[in-house]
Design a protein around this ligand. Structure first.
Ligand code: SF4
Length: 236
């Protein structure tokens, strides 16, 4: 199976972009809905092929993805979960061995420590299973808002839009939900993005930021939402 690199999670191959839909209203609310419609039309099933059968693996993979690249995270997650099946197995593997396995993703010792703490907390507080809500997940060691919302969105289809560096940049540039903090942008997106787009919004915005609206050299001439974008630095 081909791999995407979204937080190191496993996906199926991407499909070709569809043609953009017609231009929308100019007001902010209309712009957000129009941008989401445009991105969703180009990729109507953004999570097709993602392996969401093991929430614990998803949660640990997202934890591993902090400050690391997707392909490396995917490879290391594969190695880690080749023998681990749940939090009890993870504890049995032990922090030293986990550190060895996850070292290539960077911050190995602290990530291994958090994986152990996370596994222990899942057993002691949640009966050994990952809770379904992102709010509950945020009580787990090493799991912040972004990790909890990515996992809840992918594993349980909770309609939350996790804000990572790509989503943050795109949301401020177009803009969709401007803000100086991740929480402000996340709250703005939660308020402005229509419900029907929330399940796929993180993936669409993440990919748009990673592949098109990149930090240093956004590909504005081929951007599918260029006519909706009001960023003064737009190169078009
Ligand atoms: S037009 Fe350029 S700056 Fe605006 S969203 Fe598209 S790629 Fe980003």
């Amino acid at each position: 199976m081909a791999r995407d690199t979204l937080h190191g999670l496993r996906t199926s191959p991407r499909r070709a972009r569809a043609k953009p839909v017609s231009p929308p209203d100019a007001d902010a609310t209309g712009r957000v809905a129009a941008v989401m419609a445009r991105l969703s039309e180009a990729d109507p099933d953004p999570k097709a092929g993602f392996d969401d059968t093991d929430p614990f693996r998803l949660l640990v993979t997202v934890l591993l993805s902090a400050q690391s690249t997707g392909p490396t995270v995917a490879r290391i997650a594969e190695a880690l979960f080749s023998t681990v099946h749940g939090p009890a197995h993870m504890l049995a593997l032990g922090e030293a061995r986990i550190t060895e396995i996850v070292r290539p993703v960077g911050l190995g010792p602290s990530k291994a420590r958090n994986i152990v703490k996370l596994s222990a907390a899942l057993i002691s507080e949640f009966g050994g299973v990952v809770p379904r809500s992102s709010v509950a997940m945020r009580r787990l060691p090493g799991i912040g808002r972004k990790s909890a919302e990515v996992t809840a969105n992918f594993a349980f289809r909770e309609p939350v839009i996790a804000v990572d560096t790509h989503v943050f940049r795109v949301s401020n540039r177009i803009p969709l939900a401007p803000g100086t903090t991740v929480d402000a942008v996340a709250d703005g997106l939660a308020h402005r993005v229509p419900e029907r787009f929330k399940d796929g919004a993180h993936v669409w915005l993440f990919r748009h930021g990673r592949d098109t609206c990149t930090a240093r050299k956004p590909a504005c001439p081929r951007c599918p939402v260029a006519d909706l974008c009001t960023w003064p630095g737009k190169a078009i």
